[in-house]
Design a protein around this ligand. Structure first.
Ligand SMILES: Nc1ncnc2c1ncn2[C@@H]1O[C@H](COP(=O)(O)OP(=O)(O)OP(=O)(O)O)[C@@H](O)[C@H]1O
Length: 309
């Protein structure tokens, strides 16, 4: 596969289960070496899309290329370059972490040493000799990640990888993924936890009832949605307040008064200049719209469209 070829290319892909249209007319391409997220409510079609990319389900319509090949054609070579972590991964509880990872390593043609190294990398070195049955949910997820990373995959498909993990384990997860992305691996993960994708996913694909309702870099989506920017300001003691916009909200007025105001993106600079004028503020925070707000915006757009006669 050429270095500039997309890692994933979908063209009008659909998947139907009887009367249920799990995936409808989905098209997108992902270049190599990016971390992208599929975001959507339960039943939006995230798992179905991943299953098709893994060759475990066949699209009812459309074309799909994963690492340059049709996944349902089942080429063994492409499979080797693909790592996956299913939702709620389960392993044989009677095996130790080390036995488990070595077993998968043999399947992938990977050395025992590399497998043990990955256990260390995900922080399971000390627990490698313990039976998986004694592992916490976070430890099992980390074992799952180590399994997915075997063989230095060019593409990682991770279904809700961080659900139920504590913040510290999550942080470790993200830093390992960033390391692989920096080496050229493409990561596509699904998530409900929108806020944690901020600053991590370069690309966000929002799905609703099987369809893509938005697709882009976070900044791009924010621009498209034109959601208001919020500015939180700490006022200087005794400063006049007559310059504040009428819809400014006072958050607290004890020691130093804190107010929050919102404005359209194109009015941001103007408002900032007013805030920054001599003697008015001692501090400010710019609060861009969150991914949650974006998500709500795009889903709202969708239902508006569907409500039309
Ligand atoms: N094997 C199947 N047979 C019938 N319907 C299915 C099957 N797999 C998925 N579906 C349906 O397809 C739709 C999409 O499901 P999918 O699991 O892909 O969603 P999801 O976004 O991954 O949701 P979740 O976050 O709950 O995992 C749902 O309505 C689901 O009930």
């Amino acid at each position: 596969m050429r270095a500039d070829a997309p890692a994933i290319a979908l063209e009008q892909v659909a998947k139907r289960y009887g009367k249920v249209e799990a995936v409808r007319d989905v098209s997108f391409t992902l270049p190599q070496g990016v971390l992208a997220a599929l975001v959507g409510h339960n039943g939006a079609g995230k798992t179905t899309l991943m299953k098709m990319m893994l060759g475990l389900a066949r699209p009812t319509a459309g074309r799909m290329l994963v690492l340059g090949r049709d996944p349902s054609a089942g080429g063994i070579e492409a499979r080797r370059q693909l790592g996956c972590l299913p939702e709620n991964v389960t392993f044989n509880a009677a095996l130790t972490g080390r036995e488990m990872i070595r077993f998968f390593a043999r399947l992938k043609g990977e050395s025992t040493k590399a497998a043990d190294g990955l256990l260390e990398r995900v922080g399971l070195g000390a627990a490698a000799g313990r039976r998986i049955g004694t592992y916490s949910k976070g430890m099992r997820q980390r074992l799952g990640l180590a399994q997915a990373l075997l063989g230095s995959p060019r593409l990682l498909l991770l279904d809700e990888p961080t659900t139920g993990l504590d913040p510290e384990v999550r942080q470790g997860f993200w830093s390992i993924l960033a390391e692989f992305v920096a080496r050229g691996t493409t990561v596509l993960l699904s998530s409900h936890a929108l806020e944690e994708l901020e600053g991590k996913a370069e690309r966000v694909i929002i799905l609703d009832r099987g369809r893509v309702v938005a697709d882009g870099a976070m900044d791009e989506l924010r621009r498209l949605a034109r959601l208001p920017v919020r500015i939180r300001v700490r006022l200087a003691a005794g400063a006049s307040r007559d310059w504040l916009p009428s819809d400014a909200v006072v958050l607290q007025d004890r020691d130093a008064c804190e107010v929050e105001m919102a404005c359209a993106p194109e009015e941001k600079m103007d408002l900032l200049r007013r805030v920054a004028a001599e003697g008015r503020a001692t501090d400010l925070d710019l609060l861009p719209p969150t991914l949650d707000e974006l998500y709500a915006h795009f889903l709202q757009g969708r239902s508006d469209l569907e409500a039309r006669p």
